[in-house]
Design a protein around this ligand. Sequence first.
Ligand SMILES: C[S@@+](CC[C@H](N)C(=O)[O-])C[C@H]1O[C@@H](n2cnc3c(N)ncnc32)[C@H](O)[C@@H]1O
Length: 303
Amino acid sequence: MRHAPVLLEETLVAIVTARGGNYVDATWGRGGHGRALLARLGAKARLLALDRDAQAIADAVGLARAEPRLEAEQACLSRLAEVVERRGLAPLAGALMDVGVSSPQLEDADRGFSFMRDGPLDMRMDRDTGMTAAQWLNEADAPELARAFRQLGGERDATRIARAVVARRPLESTADLAAAVASASTQNRDAHRHVATRVFQAVRIVVNDELGELDAGLDAAFTALGIGGRLAVITFHSLEHRIVRRRFRAWREGAAVARRAPVRGEPPRRARLVVRGARPTDVEVGRNPRARSAMLQVVEKCA
Ligand SMILES: C[S@@+](CC[C@H](N)C(=O)[O-])C[C@H]1O[C@@H](n2cnc3c(N)ncnc32)[C@H](O)[C@@H]1O
Protein backbone atom coordinates (compact mmCIF):
# COMPACT_ATOMS: atom_id res chain seq x y z
CA MET A 1 0.00 0.00 0.00
CA ARG A 2 1.63 3.26 -1.06
CA HIS A 3 0.70 6.77 -0.08
CA ALA A 4 0.90 9.43 -2.80
CA PRO A 5 2.59 12.46 -1.22
CA VAL A 6 0.50 15.63 -1.51
CA LEU A 7 1.89 18.99 -2.72
CA LEU A 8 5.32 17.33 -2.87
CA GLU A 9 7.27 19.67 -5.14
CA GLU A 10 5.84 22.83 -3.54
CA THR A 11 6.79 21.53 -0.08
CA LEU A 12 10.35 20.52 -0.97
CA VAL A 13 11.10 23.77 -2.81
CA ALA A 14 9.92 25.69 0.24
CA ILE A 15 11.83 23.85 2.97
CA VAL A 16 15.17 22.81 1.45
CA THR A 17 17.32 25.88 2.08
CA ALA A 18 20.48 24.09 3.30
CA ARG A 19 21.36 20.78 1.60
CA GLY A 20 23.59 19.79 4.53
CA GLY A 21 21.18 20.77 7.31
CA ASN A 22 19.14 18.82 9.84
CA TYR A 23 15.50 18.14 8.99
CA VAL A 24 12.47 16.45 10.51
CA ASP A 25 9.62 14.72 8.71
CA ALA A 26 7.26 14.62 11.70
CA THR A 27 4.54 12.57 9.95
CA TRP A 28 6.51 9.91 8.08
CA GLY A 29 3.50 7.81 6.94
CA ARG A 30 5.06 5.73 4.18
CA GLY A 31 7.84 8.23 3.58
CA GLY A 32 6.55 9.75 0.35
CA HIS A 33 7.75 13.21 1.35
CA GLY A 34 10.65 11.87 3.42
CA ARG A 35 12.22 9.81 0.62
CA ALA A 36 11.95 12.72 -1.84
CA LEU A 37 13.44 15.04 0.77
CA LEU A 38 16.42 12.69 1.27
CA ALA A 39 16.99 12.71 -2.48
CA ARG A 40 17.38 16.51 -2.39
CA LEU A 41 19.69 16.63 0.63
CA GLY A 42 23.49 16.34 0.64
CA ALA A 43 25.74 13.73 2.21
CA LYS A 44 26.10 15.66 5.50
CA ALA A 45 22.38 16.16 6.06
CA ARG A 46 20.40 14.33 8.75
CA LEU A 47 16.71 13.51 8.57
CA LEU A 48 14.66 12.43 11.58
CA ALA A 49 11.47 10.52 10.80
CA LEU A 50 8.72 10.73 13.42
CA ASP A 51 5.24 9.23 13.44
CA ARG A 52 2.97 8.10 16.26
CA ASP A 53 2.02 5.00 14.24
CA ALA A 54 4.24 1.94 14.86
CA GLN A 55 3.80 0.60 11.30
CA ALA A 56 4.85 3.93 9.78
CA ILE A 57 7.96 4.01 11.96
CA ALA A 58 8.77 0.40 11.02
CA ASP A 59 8.89 1.58 7.39
CA ALA A 60 11.35 4.37 8.31
CA VAL A 61 13.48 2.04 10.44
CA GLY A 62 13.71 -0.36 7.48
CA LEU A 63 14.90 2.41 5.19
CA ALA A 64 17.34 3.75 7.81
CA ARG A 65 19.25 0.44 7.75
CA ALA A 66 20.50 1.34 4.28
CA GLU A 67 20.42 5.13 4.62
CA PRO A 68 22.87 6.56 7.19
CA ARG A 69 21.39 10.07 6.98
CA LEU A 70 18.04 8.82 8.28
CA GLU A 71 16.99 8.06 11.86
CA ALA A 72 13.51 7.22 13.13
CA GLU A 73 11.52 7.28 16.35
CA GLN A 74 7.89 6.64 17.24
CA ALA A 75 6.65 9.91 18.73
CA CYS A 76 3.78 12.34 18.40
CA LEU A 77 4.08 15.90 17.12
CA SER A 78 3.90 17.45 20.57
CA ARG A 79 7.17 15.66 21.53
CA LEU A 80 9.11 16.89 18.49
CA ALA A 81 11.33 19.45 20.25
CA GLU A 82 12.27 17.01 23.01
CA VAL A 83 13.29 14.25 20.55
CA VAL A 84 15.22 16.67 18.32
CA GLU A 85 17.11 18.04 21.33
CA ARG A 86 17.90 14.57 22.74
CA ARG A 87 19.28 13.41 19.39
CA GLY A 88 21.46 16.51 18.98
CA LEU A 89 19.62 17.66 15.86
CA ALA A 90 18.77 21.22 16.95
CA PRO A 91 18.76 23.74 15.40
CA LEU A 92 16.76 22.42 12.45
CA ALA A 93 17.02 23.77 8.92
CA GLY A 94 13.50 22.54 8.21
CA ALA A 95 10.53 20.56 9.43
CA LEU A 96 7.54 19.07 7.67
CA MET A 97 4.11 17.98 8.92
CA ASP A 98 1.56 16.33 6.65
CA VAL A 99 -1.19 15.67 9.17
CA GLY A 100 -4.24 13.43 9.16
CA VAL A 101 -4.39 9.76 8.19
CA SER A 102 -2.36 7.89 5.59
CA SER A 103 -3.68 5.64 2.84
CA PRO A 104 -2.29 2.50 4.56
CA GLN A 105 -4.16 3.45 7.75
CA LEU A 106 -7.41 4.03 5.84
CA GLU A 107 -7.09 0.89 3.79
CA ASP A 108 -6.39 -1.50 6.65
CA ALA A 109 -9.86 -2.56 7.90
CA ASP A 110 -8.32 -3.62 11.20
CA ARG A 111 -7.47 -0.01 12.08
CA GLY A 112 -11.14 1.03 11.99
CA PHE A 113 -10.67 4.36 10.18
CA SER A 114 -12.95 3.68 7.25
CA PHE A 115 -16.68 3.16 6.80
CA MET A 116 -15.85 1.53 3.46
CA ARG A 117 -14.31 -1.47 5.22
CA ASP A 118 -15.85 -3.21 8.18
CA GLY A 119 -13.51 -3.54 11.13
CA PRO A 120 -13.18 -2.90 14.86
CA LEU A 121 -13.91 0.68 15.96
CA ASP A 122 -10.36 1.59 16.94
CA MET A 123 -9.09 4.67 14.98
CA ARG A 124 -6.04 5.22 17.19
CA MET A 125 -2.92 6.12 15.23
CA ASP A 126 -0.84 4.84 18.15
CA ARG A 127 -2.50 1.58 19.14
CA ASP A 128 -0.56 1.35 22.40
CA THR A 129 -2.14 4.34 24.10
CA GLY A 130 -5.42 6.14 24.64
CA MET A 131 -9.06 5.24 24.24
CA THR A 132 -10.44 3.55 21.15
CA ALA A 133 -13.29 4.99 19.09
CA ALA A 134 -15.55 2.27 20.53
CA GLN A 135 -14.74 3.30 24.10
CA TRP A 136 -15.55 6.95 23.42
CA LEU A 137 -18.70 6.24 21.38
CA ASN A 138 -20.03 3.84 24.02
CA GLU A 139 -19.25 6.06 27.02
CA ALA A 140 -19.73 9.72 26.06
CA ASP A 141 -23.17 11.21 26.64
CA ALA A 142 -25.34 12.31 23.72
CA PRO A 143 -24.61 16.08 24.07
CA GLU A 144 -20.85 15.42 24.03
CA LEU A 145 -21.17 13.21 20.94
CA ALA A 146 -23.38 15.77 19.19
CA ARG A 147 -20.98 18.61 19.97
CA ALA A 148 -18.05 16.70 18.48
CA PHE A 149 -19.99 15.62 15.36
CA ARG A 150 -21.05 19.25 14.80
CA GLN A 151 -17.84 21.09 15.69
CA LEU A 152 -15.24 18.64 14.39
CA GLY A 153 -17.19 17.12 11.50
CA GLY A 154 -19.48 19.98 10.48
CA GLU A 155 -22.37 17.50 10.72
CA ARG A 156 -25.80 19.18 10.46
CA ASP A 157 -27.69 16.16 11.84
CA ALA A 158 -25.34 15.92 14.83
CA THR A 159 -28.04 15.67 17.52
CA ARG A 160 -30.11 13.05 15.68
CA ILE A 161 -27.01 10.97 14.94
CA ALA A 162 -25.77 11.22 18.55
CA ARG A 163 -29.12 9.88 19.76
CA ALA A 164 -28.97 7.05 17.20
CA VAL A 165 -25.48 6.12 18.43
CA VAL A 166 -26.67 5.99 22.04
CA ALA A 167 -29.68 3.86 21.05
CA ARG A 168 -27.48 1.35 19.22
CA ARG A 169 -24.95 0.77 22.01
CA PRO A 170 -22.74 -1.12 22.32
CA LEU A 171 -21.15 -0.20 18.97
CA GLU A 172 -18.33 -2.54 18.06
CA SER A 173 -17.56 -2.17 14.38
CA THR A 174 -17.22 0.54 11.76
CA ALA A 175 -20.34 -0.96 10.15
CA ASP A 176 -22.25 -0.35 13.44
CA LEU A 177 -21.26 3.34 13.40
CA ALA A 178 -21.97 3.75 9.67
CA ALA A 179 -25.42 2.16 10.20
CA ALA A 180 -26.21 4.47 13.14
CA VAL A 181 -25.28 7.50 11.01
CA ALA A 182 -27.27 6.28 7.99
CA SER A 183 -30.35 5.63 10.15
CA ALA A 184 -30.42 9.22 11.45
CA SER A 185 -28.98 11.30 8.62
CA THR A 186 -31.29 13.48 6.56
CA GLN A 187 -28.57 14.16 3.96
CA ASN A 188 -28.56 12.48 0.59
CA ARG A 189 -25.71 10.19 -0.15
CA ASP A 190 -23.80 11.85 -3.00
CA ALA A 191 -21.15 10.58 -5.35
CA HIS A 192 -18.26 12.22 -3.48
CA ARG A 193 -19.14 12.04 0.20
CA HIS A 194 -20.70 9.13 2.03
CA VAL A 195 -23.13 10.32 4.75
CA ALA A 196 -20.79 8.93 7.42
CA THR A 197 -17.72 10.88 6.23
CA ARG A 198 -18.21 13.81 8.63
CA VAL A 199 -18.92 11.67 11.69
CA PHE A 200 -15.94 9.39 11.05
CA GLN A 201 -13.73 12.48 10.73
CA ALA A 202 -15.04 13.87 14.03
CA VAL A 203 -14.48 10.60 15.90
CA ARG A 204 -10.94 10.25 14.55
CA ILE A 205 -10.11 13.82 15.62
CA VAL A 206 -11.39 13.17 19.16
CA VAL A 207 -9.68 9.79 19.57
CA ASN A 208 -6.28 11.13 18.48
CA ASP A 209 -6.69 14.66 19.93
CA GLU A 210 -5.64 15.77 16.47
CA LEU A 211 -6.22 19.50 16.93
CA GLY A 212 -4.44 19.69 20.29
CA GLU A 213 -1.56 17.67 18.85
CA LEU A 214 -1.30 19.95 15.81
CA ASP A 215 -1.24 23.07 17.95
CA ALA A 216 1.40 21.69 20.33
CA GLY A 217 3.39 20.26 17.41
CA LEU A 218 3.58 23.63 15.66
CA ASP A 219 5.04 25.19 18.77
CA ALA A 220 7.48 22.32 19.27
CA ALA A 221 8.70 22.50 15.67
CA PHE A 222 9.10 26.28 15.78
CA THR A 223 11.14 25.96 18.98
CA ALA A 224 13.49 23.45 17.32
CA LEU A 225 14.05 25.53 14.15
CA GLY A 226 17.22 27.59 13.71
CA ILE A 227 17.09 31.16 12.40
CA GLY A 228 16.22 30.95 8.70
CA GLY A 229 14.78 27.45 9.26
CA ARG A 230 11.43 26.67 7.69
CA LEU A 231 8.33 24.81 8.81
CA ALA A 232 5.93 23.40 6.18
CA VAL A 233 2.50 22.17 7.24
CA ILE A 234 -0.01 20.35 5.03
CA THR A 235 -3.55 20.28 6.44
CA PHE A 236 -6.80 18.76 5.18
CA HIS A 237 -9.79 20.59 6.65
CA SER A 238 -10.73 24.08 7.73
CA LEU A 239 -10.22 23.53 11.48
CA GLU A 240 -6.63 22.51 10.81
CA HIS A 241 -6.03 25.25 8.22
CA ARG A 242 -7.19 27.81 10.80
CA ILE A 243 -4.97 26.54 13.64
CA VAL A 244 -1.91 26.84 11.39
CA ARG A 245 -2.92 30.25 10.01
CA ARG A 246 -3.46 31.67 13.50
CA ARG A 247 -0.27 30.27 14.91
CA PHE A 248 1.78 31.58 11.96
CA ARG A 249 0.13 34.98 12.32
CA ALA A 250 0.98 35.12 16.03
CA TRP A 251 4.65 34.42 15.26
CA ARG A 252 4.69 36.95 12.43
CA GLU A 253 3.22 39.63 14.63
CA GLY A 254 5.45 38.78 17.57
CA ALA A 255 2.37 38.08 19.69
CA ALA A 256 3.78 34.96 21.29
CA VAL A 257 6.80 36.94 22.50
CA ALA A 258 4.58 39.76 23.76
CA ARG A 259 2.52 37.32 25.82
CA ARG A 260 5.53 35.89 27.57
CA ALA A 261 7.68 38.99 28.08
CA PRO A 262 6.06 42.36 27.47
CA VAL A 263 8.37 44.73 25.59
CA ARG A 264 8.05 48.45 24.86
CA GLY A 265 6.71 49.39 21.44
CA GLU A 266 6.33 46.84 18.65
CA PRO A 267 7.13 43.25 19.70
CA PRO A 268 9.83 41.80 17.41
CA ARG A 269 8.59 39.72 14.48
CA ARG A 270 9.62 36.11 14.90
CA ALA A 271 8.60 34.72 11.54
CA ARG A 272 8.09 35.47 7.86
CA LEU A 273 5.43 33.81 5.73
CA VAL A 274 6.91 31.84 2.81
CA VAL A 275 3.80 30.07 1.44
CA ARG A 276 0.31 31.32 2.26
CA GLY A 277 -2.20 28.54 1.69
CA ALA A 278 -1.07 26.80 -1.54
CA ARG A 279 -3.57 24.34 -3.03
CA PRO A 280 -2.88 21.36 -5.30
CA THR A 281 -3.32 21.81 -9.03
CA ASP A 282 -6.24 20.18 -10.87
CA VAL A 283 -3.74 17.77 -12.38
CA GLU A 284 -2.62 16.61 -8.92
CA VAL A 285 -6.22 16.25 -7.68
CA GLY A 286 -7.05 14.26 -10.84
CA ARG A 287 -4.20 11.86 -10.05
CA ASN A 288 -4.77 11.78 -6.29
CA PRO A 289 -8.31 12.68 -5.10
CA ARG A 290 -7.11 12.67 -1.46
CA ALA A 291 -5.24 15.92 -2.29
CA ARG A 292 -8.54 17.71 -2.99
CA SER A 293 -8.82 19.52 0.33
CA ALA A 294 -5.08 19.87 1.07
CA MET A 295 -3.43 23.17 1.90
CA LEU A 296 0.27 23.96 2.34
CA GLN A 297 1.45 26.77 4.62
CA VAL A 298 5.14 27.51 5.19
CA VAL A 299 6.80 29.89 7.63
CA GLU A 300 10.45 30.90 8.19
CA LYS A 301 11.88 31.68 11.61
CA CYS A 302 13.46 35.12 11.80
CA ALA A 303 16.27 36.53 13.97
C1 LIG B 1 -1.01 11.99 5.66
S1 LIG B 1 0.01 10.81 6.44
C2 LIG B 1 1.64 11.31 6.01
C3 LIG B 1 2.08 10.78 4.69
C4 LIG B 1 3.53 11.03 4.35
N1 LIG B 1 3.82 12.43 4.23
C5 LIG B 1 3.87 10.30 3.07
O1 LIG B 1 4.10 10.97 2.05
O2 LIG B 1 3.93 9.06 3.07
C6 LIG B 1 -0.09 11.30 8.09
C7 LIG B 1 0.79 10.54 9.05
O3 LIG B 1 0.93 11.35 10.20
C8 LIG B 1 0.82 10.57 11.34
N2 LIG B 1 0.34 11.48 12.38
C9 LIG B 1 -0.84 12.12 12.41
N3 LIG B 1 -0.93 12.86 13.52
C10 LIG B 1 0.24 12.70 14.20
C11 LIG B 1 0.75 13.21 15.41
N4 LIG B 1 0.06 14.05 16.18
N5 LIG B 1 1.99 12.84 15.79
C12 LIG B 1 2.73 12.00 15.01
N6 LIG B 1 2.28 11.46 13.87
C13 LIG B 1 1.05 11.81 13.46
C14 LIG B 1 -0.12 9.48 10.99
O4 LIG B 1 0.09 8.34 11.80
C15 LIG B 1 0.21 9.22 9.51
O5 LIG B 1 1.14 8.19 9.38
